[in-house]
Design a protein around this ligand. Structure first.
Ligand code: HEC
Length: 97
């Protein structure tokens, strides 16, 4: 039981931690000129809707243009509605390299 909790915490840190999928914070909002609520929702879309078929890709491995193309091809696979799709893109581009 304890081990399972530890494993879960470690996976959260490794899979969705600040490195690969950085938290949306005030600094990111200021840097990107995006609303923090939109960025937080977009990150949530990424961590909950984009894990069905593969692990999460490091956001900083792609630039804004790369993520635009990825979202165009992956949003239909994840069956995202319009708002989720635009929130996701805003987050990925704000956290892109
Ligand atoms: C229904 C399954 C499925 C879902 C859901 C899905 N993907 Fe994918 N994804 C794939 C497959 C299959 C590939 C590898 C083949 C390809 O590139 O089409 C892939 C590849 C990728 C790649 C690497 C592409 C490259 O060219 O390097 C990224 C980045 C990615 N997905 C992001 C996302 C994001 C963001 C979401 C959420 C919106 C998502 N995926 C949801 C199936 C899925």
């Amino acid at each position: 039981m304890r081990a399972a909790v530890v494993a879960t915490v470690m996976c959260l840190a490794a899979c969705t931690g600040s490195g690969a999928v950085p938290r949306a914070d005030a600094e990111m909002a200021t840097r990107s000129g995006q609303d923090l609520n939109i960025l937080s929702r977009g990150r949530h879309v990424y961590t909950t809707n984009c894990t069905g078929c593969h692990a999460l890709y490091r956001v900083a491995d792609r630039n804004a243009e790369g993520w635009r193309d990825i979202v165009a091809s992956m949003a239909p696979k994840a069956k995202l509605d319009e708002r989720s799709r635009s929130d996701l893109l805003a987050y990925l581009q704000a956290a892109a390299r």
